[in-house]
Every structure is written in C-alpha cells, then in structure tokens.
Write a protein that binds this ligand. Structure first.
Ligand SMILES: NC(=O)c1ccc[n+]([C@@H]2O[C@H](COP(=O)([O-])OP(=O)(O)OC[C@H]3O[C@@H](n4cnc5c(N)ncnc54)[C@H](O)[C@@H]3O)[C@@H](O)[C@H]2O)c1
Length: 330
C-alpha cells in the first residue's frame, strides 16, 4: 500500500485525490493547499489529514510519494523539496514555464535519478495508447504524417491566461508531448497563432488559436491544431498516416447512438465534456502506472525529461510565431 500526500487541492488535484482514495494499492494520507478551505474540503470529502505546511506533509512517515497538483509556479520548488525528502513525485504539466529553472532543478536533484513522473495523461488514454502500440507494431508502416487536433470547449478567463504561460506552454504542451510520443524527437517547429475568440486574451498578450507544422528526426511531419473555443465541445482526435495505411482515434461521445432523419444523418450525442470526463480513464491509468513505478523501480512512461522537451518545443513555437520563421532544434 503506497501512502500519498498531495500538494494543491484545486481542479486537477481533486481528480487525482479521488483516484488515490479509490485505488486498492493506495492510501490518501495527507493534503496541503495554501488556501485552507481547499484542503479542508478535500480532507472532509476524502479523508486525508490536512497538513499544516509543505514540510509537515513531507515529513509524514506515512507519506511515501507525493502528487504536485498546485499552480504551475510552485512545481519546481515542490519537486525539489519532495525529492530531497526522498519521495517519488508525480507532477502535473507543465513542469515550469522557464527552461533555465527546469535545468537548474534537474542539476540539483538529477544525480540520484529520482522518480519524477509528469502528468502527460494523454499517453494513458486507452485509444491513444492502443493507436501508438499499433503504430509501433508496424501496422501502417513507417510514420509519414501525424495530425493532432486539440480544441477546448470554451476559453479560460483572461486572468488565468496571464499566469498560464500562454497557449503553447499551457495547452499545446500536451500536444507537443503527443507529437514526440507518436513521431519521436522533433527537430523543426513552425507555428502561427491568432487571437480569434476573446479580445481579452489578446489584450493579456496571448493567442487563442494556433496551427503548427513540425518535422521529426525520422523525417515525419506533424500538424497540431489548437483552439480555445469549440462549438461542439472538447475536440480530441489523432490521425497517423503511414506508407501502408492510416490509424485514426476519434472523439468520444456521451453515447454511441446515431440518429438518422430527414434533416441529417449520422447525428450523435455531444462529445464528452472537457478533460475531467474525457480523460477520466487516463488519470486512473497514470496513477496505476505511477504506483507500478514506485513498487518496481521502473522508469515512468512520461518523466521529467519529457516535461523539459515539451517545454522546449513550446519555446520554439513561441519564437517561430513571433519571428515568422521556422525554428530548428539542436
Ligand atoms: N493534465 C491535465 O489534464 C491538467 C488539467 C488541469 C490542470 N493541470 C495542471 O495542474 C496544475 C493545477 O491546475 P488546476 O486547474 O487544478 O488549478 P487550480 O487553480 O484549480 O488549483 C491549484 C491549487 O493550488 C493551490 N496552491 C497554490 N500554491 C500552492 C502551494 N504553494 N502549495 C500547495 N497548494 C498551492 C491553490 O490554492 C489551488 O487550490 C497546473 O499546473 C495545470 O497546468 C493539468
């Protein structure tokens, strides 16, 4: 039984905490949030002890591993402190917004090769994972093109955007990771962004729509398309095209029922609403995988270095969008 502590009792923290509380090989021991009412309500709902401070949680002998699900600006500090306390860490994406801070963190903690897993939950989605396994097994031959569609149902408030690091580092970061997961290392990035949806997002200095073309070291081309607003819900699709065929993973709908009538055919229920519902299985599977890694010492499917690489691609996309040129990565 692995005892867990959790830093950050907000939206995604509650998803992971509920999964830990329900997992047969896990126990939710303690939670900490700088907002007292957030950790108090998690403690009341799911039963962990409400820790008084970061150190109080880390020094708890029943806490064997921690989840860092607090705001992005806190990730590096909490990863470092947890590793120094000898605890395996699961940290939500992005690892940080500044690659120099990411490198300084690893320079400090990396010598012992600590277990740090990154919350790239899409790798654990059953359809995307099966698609990747089938690509790896050679079903469609060599990969030539990957198309990743990722559109949120509605834009976040402009004040969220201001602290998020911008669309590439906050939202596309998942797609950069999927690009690497499906096509291998990326060596060239060309990005265009636009403010098409909410002028307040533009005023905050960010974009709310983007299209990217990237080249993998293998020669394969990858296209990512992002929007912060999508009239038909959370649009999450992947297509991989190869010499011998194509694999597509489609959206998931509330039911599998199709309606046919005089006005339209093939009409389906709405797609599953946003990440908490759409990726519920993936969040459970990544917890399961993290526990396996803790118990066996295996390296995680998505680790600290993957968090760093995704951030490097986000930085390249920012540079490309600002300069209008494609950016080659060493
Ligand atoms: N993988 C995913 O699907 C996914 C989805 C949503 C969010 N995220 C990431 O998870 C992180 C949290 O996002 P959210 O949407 O849950 O945010 P949120 O604002 O709902 O929750 C964050 C919580 O962290 C708390 N907090 C702030 N500083 C803290 C500290 N020093 N110690 C402990 N708690 C602290 C806040 O009080 C808040 O309760 C972000 O990095 C975000 O990018 C990942």
């Amino acid at each position: 039984m692995v005892g867990f502590g959790i830093f950050g009792c907000g939206r995604i923290g509650r998803v992971h905490a509920s999964n830990i509380a329900a997992h047969p090989r896990a126990k939710l021991v303690a939670c900490y949030d700088t907002v007292d009412t957030a950790s108090a309500s998690m403690a009341a709902e799911l039963g962990p002890r409400q820790a008084r401070s970061v150190e109080d949680l880390l020094q708890d002998p029943e806490v064997h591993a921690v989840f860092v699900t607090s705001i992005t600006a806190t990730h590096i500090d909490l990863i470092s402190r947890a590793v120094r306390a000898g605890k395996p860490v699961f940290c939500e994406k992005p690892v940080d917004l500044d690659i120099a801070r990411v490198d300084a963190c690893w320079a400090e903690i990396g010598a012992t090769n600590p277990l740090v897993m990154l919350g790239f939950n899409r790798r654990f989605d059953p359809s995307f994972r099966t698609l990747r396994d089938r690509v790896s097994a050679g079903e469609i031959g060599g990969v030539e093109q990957v198309v990743i569609t990722s559109r949120d149902p509605s834009p976040p408030p402009a004040q969220y955007v201001a602290a998020s690091g911008g669309l590439f580092r906050d939202m596309t970061i998942h797609d950069f990771d999927m690009a690497r997961y499906l096509a291998g290392e990326i060596v060239e990035v060309q990005a265009m962004g636009a403010n098409l949806i909410d002028p307040a997002i533009g005023a905050a200095g960010d974009i709310d729509a983007a299209m990217l073309i990237m080249r993998a070291a293998s020669g394969a081309l990858v296209h990512i398309n992002n929007s912060r607003r999508c009239a038909y819900g959370y649009d999450q699709r992947i297509e991989v095209f190869g010499a011998a065929g194509m694999l597509q993973a489609h959206n998931r709908h509330l039911t599998t029922i199709e309606a046919w009538g005089s006005e339209r055919t093939h009409a389906m229920d709405p797609v599953q609403d946003f990440f908490i519902a759409r990726y519920a299985e993936a969040y459970r599977a990544e917890l399961d995988h993290f526990i396996d890694c803790i118990e066996t010492g295996a390296a995680p499917l998505a680790g600290f270095a993957d968090g760093r690489e995704a951030l490097r691609l986000a930085d390249a996309a920012l540079e490309s969008a600002a300069t209008g040129r494609s950016v080659r990565l060493a």
